[in-house]
Design a protein around this ligand. Structure first.
Ligand code: PLP
Length: 395
């Protein structure tokens, strides 16, 4: 990654978002000698406890849960680990999990690890648009299924899974459902009073709170084992609470709750403008998942056979931060498992760029990208390292 210019157009909000001023202020208010450990019984401890419980109510409010159903964790990853490992530990007679082929690595790698210790995992496929059919989950349920774990919104394409339908199926089958809602919460309405989800994980840094804080929704009455033992969080999760980050998460949820619909429409408009502009300049550009219900903020674009790494670097040199649908691996870049599961061949998957919008993006961001792209694509094609302009005849 180059360091010539700081990113003045930041379109990588699915990776992490800027910390909102409101969250920063809330965090500062949770630091200092007047704030103690929430478990302490003196005044400073009680003040901390009040802040902790206020944040819990704010997080619960955004997803229509009860405050007692929210357990704070260190991340979305920890929340998902607690849901999966905690469910398995509570049901030693059930050794089977159903999931999809496009889960985030934080789930995928844990499941692969568990397969090595005797847990069976069934992977439901997605179609060419990244859609998961609810019946693909039903078809994989077994007598000893402990858990269905699926994401609500895909981090790479923004494609939404039919969570309400899957939740009804899981409930009717008596199987717990964990939803990785890290990309969904704050971007689409999530109403746990209406949808019978058992466990749901979310993460602060996708919501304009800082990284290092997340939460697990644990439906009242559900039995799972803790991952970290201790007395905090009503013994669900040991370890002294990261109060400044938790308070920031609460404040982010309160902020989002005020204008979720408005922001979704605004950000969706920016995303649509970007896609329209890209299609006008490069008719052969392919928007991955465009035929499926999607998050309003995410656009995953294939630029023919041009190399995504070079496009990303060229944008970065001009101050535009985006991400690539690929991961560094020993021996070079590996194409995204999400795009390959959608049937893209290696070269097309390596060409994909993800643009992800957030609260602080404006029309000017879209205009800048659209002004830069023709030159960048021509430059990348001319380098001809891996790509050609084939399929991008508008350049
Ligand atoms: N799940 C999804 C869909 C994600 O996009 C991410 C982060 O990118 C995570 C889980 C992990 O969240 P965290 O970074 O808080 O561990």
């Amino acid at each position: 990654m180059t360091e010539n210019v700081s990113a003045d157009v930041y379109l990588d909000n699915n990776a992490t978002g800027a910390v909102a001023h409101e969250c920063l202020m809330a965090m500062l208010g949770a630091m200092g000698p007047h704030i103690g450990n929430p478990s302490s019984k003196h005044a400073a401890g009680m003040r901390a406890k009040r802040l902790l419980e206020e944040a819990r109510a704010q997080v619960a409010g955004l997803i229509s849960a009860r405050p007692q159903e929210i357990v704070f964790t260190s991340s979305g990853t920890e929340a998902a680990h607690m849901a999966i490992l905690g469910t398995l530990a509570a049901h030693p007679d059930r050794r089977h999990i159903v999931t999809s082929t496009v889960e985030h690595p934080s789930t995928m790698r844990l499941l692969r690890h568990l397969e090595g210790s005797g847990v069976r995992v069934s992977y439901a496929p997605v179609d060419g648009e990244g859609r998961l059919a609810a019946h693909a989950i039903t078809a994989r349920l077994a007598a000893d299924t402990a858990l269905v774990t699926v994401m609500w919104a895909n981090n790479e394409t923004g494609v939404l899974f039919p969570i309400a339908e899957i939740a009804e199926i899981a409930q009717a089958s008596g199987v717990a459902l964990h939803v990785d809602a890290v990309q969904a919460v704050g971007r689409i309405p999530v109403d746990l009073a209406q949808i019978p989800i058992s466990l749901l994980s979310l993460s602060g840094h996708k919501l304009h709170a800082p990284p290092g804080v997340g939460a697990l929704f644990l439906r009242k009455g559900l039995k799972i084992a803790p991952l970290l033992w201790g007395h905090q969080e009503r013994a669900w999760r040991g370890g002294t609470e990261n109060l400044p980050a938790i308070v920031a998460l609460g404040s982010a949820c309160a902020l989002i709750q005020q204008d979720l619909d408005l922001q979704a429409r605004r950000v969706g408009g920016l995303r649509d403008d970007l896609e329209r502009g890209i299609r006008e300049c490069f008719p052969a550009a392919r928007i991955h998942g465009a035929g499926a219900p999607r998050l309003p903020n995410t656009s995953n674009v294939g630029f023919g056979t041009l190399d995504g790494e070079h496009i990303m670097e060229a944008l970065d040199r001009r101050g535009v931060a985006v991400s690539q649908g690929a991961a560094c691996a020993a021996g070079g870049m590996e194409p995204s498992h999400v795009l390959t599961a959608m049937g893209l061949e290696r070269r097309a998957a390596l060409g994909a760029i993800r643009f992800s919008f957030g609260r602080y993006n404006t029309k000017a961001c879209v205009q800048r990208v659209l002004a830069l792209l023709p030159g960048i694509l021509a430059e990348v094609a001319a380098r001809g390292v891996r790509g050609t302009l084939e399929g991008c005849e508008g350049v």
